[in-house]
Design a protein around this ligand. Structure first.
Ligand code: HEM
Length: 135
């Protein structure tokens, strides 16, 4: 599987979970896990979808193991961070170290993405050729 395909699929799963969480908050009129909902949607849906678009436009990078590792690392960090942030806001402060660890995991995944953007220019700057419109 390509990194972009994995990104898009996981992003859809994350946003479905995030929307369910939002509906649950609205229905129960208890917004205490709002920060977890916001992080799940912004890391899991928006950011992951953006990674997918970046990879899809660079076929060599899209097929690389490094991009796959980045997507999995980001996704694992997102799941962990969402659960830990929700737990903290529900009063389980013992989840604090888990949130700290998860934040380092997503930071590591972002640094890895930065490495691909800045350090692999030959792989990264090869966008898919555009199709010219017919006259
Ligand atoms: C079925 C879809 C959704 C529902 C029912 C929903 C519901 C909610 C609710 C009830 C809140 C708490 C508002 C408050 O306490 O002030 C909230 C906050 C938030 N939601 Fe959603 N949401 C949905 C989808 C999304 C999506 C797709 C995103 C991002 C792409 C998103 C991002 C946010 C953010 C960033 C906040 C925090 C806003 C703030 O700080 O005031 N939500 N949402």
């Amino acid at each position: 599987m390509k990194a972009s395909t994995l990104s898009f699929r996981l992003a859809v799963l994350f946003v479905v979970a995030g929307m369910a969480m939002g509906i649950g908050m609205a229905a129960s009129q208890d917004h205490s896990i709002m920060p977890a909902h916001a992080h799940l949607n912004l890391l899991g849906w928006v950011s992951l979808f953006l990674f997918g678009i970046y990879y899809e436009r660079r076929p060599a990078l899209d097929a690389s193991r490094l991009a796959m590792v980045q997507v999995w690392l980001w996704s694992a960090g997102t799941v962990l961070l969402t659960i830990a942030v929700a737990a903290i806001h529900l009063g389980y402060t013992a989840a604090d170290p888990v949130a700290a660890l998860a934040s380092l995991v997503v930071l590591a995944a972002m640094l890895l993405f930065g490495y691909m953007v800045f350090r692999l220019p030959s792989v990264s700057s090869e966008p898919t050729p555009h199709i010219a419109p017919a006259e």
